[in-house]
Design a protein around this ligand. Structure first.
Ligand code: GRF
Length: 216
């Protein structure tokens, strides 16, 4: 699984701007990866329209038609299996995946979270960073485990919190960094430089004690 031989399915629920960053990075020759499919749990996800525009297979496994986690995840796994992805890239995918599902793709699921993990797992991260008076905020790319936002961290990008920041302004600056760091970090995994082993992230054969710092 290296380079363009590595195929990835991108899972989206909403706007899909991170998906767009992947599409642009692959097209621009900055990311050596094949995007084999885009799958959403939401039929109205703008990400599906972005996928179609880019000529990628766009699939929907509607959450409304599969009440409860097991039926939904079985349907998702079945749909994904058609494309045999090496990697799953969660890009604003608003479903928590069970341990059973994660085990099927152990060490091959990536997520981006809009905070400097382990700070602010879960939702409303930008407001929480403001409320806490943090001077730095940012985003983290990590391997997905069954622990919500708790899998081994691969890379982080930091964004300064400005005195007049509001949550939407801060979110917009973090999102801009997400679009840069996520394809970059996924490329490290696709090339085999970053791997998941024994519950940890490894970089060039060494365990990553701290996430790689992405700087412009
Ligand atoms: C991003 O902020 C990402 O960190 C979070 O969900 C948002 C997705 O945005 N997981 P988009 O759908 O990629 O525009």
């Amino acid at each position: 699984m290296t380079g363009a031989a590595c195929s990835a399915a991108v899972l989206v629920s909403g706007g899909g701007t991170n998906l767009q960053a992947f599409i642009d990075a692959v097209r621009g020759g900055r990311l050596d990866l094949t995007l084999c499919a885009v799958v959403s749990d939401n039929p109205d996800a703008k990400g599906l329209a972005r996928a179609r525009r880019a000529g990628l297979p766009a699939e929907c496994v509607p959450r409304a038609e599969h009440a409860g986690a097991p039926p939904f995840e079985d349907a998702l796994a079945e749909r994904l299996a058609r494309y045999r992805p090496d990697l799953l890239i969660l890009a604003g995918f608003m479903r928590i995946l069970s341990g059973g599902f994660v085990a099927r793709y152990e060490g091959r699921i990536l997520n981006i979270h809009p905070s400097l993990l382990p700070r602010f797992r879960g939702l409303n991260t930008h407001q929480r960073a403001l409320d806490a008076g943090d001077r730095w905020h940012g985003c983290t790319v990590h391997f997905v485990t069954e622990q919500l936002d708790g899998g081994p961290r691969i890379a982080q990008a930091r964004v300064p919190v400005l005195p007049d920041d509001t949550a939407p302004r801060l979110a917009a600056r973090v999102l801009e960094m997400e679009h840069r760091i996520y394809p970059w970090a996924a490329g490290l995994v696709a090339s085999g430089r970053v791997r998941y082993r024994d519950g940890a992230a490894w970089h060039d054969g060494e365990p990553l004690r701290e996430p790689l710092l992405f700087e412009l």
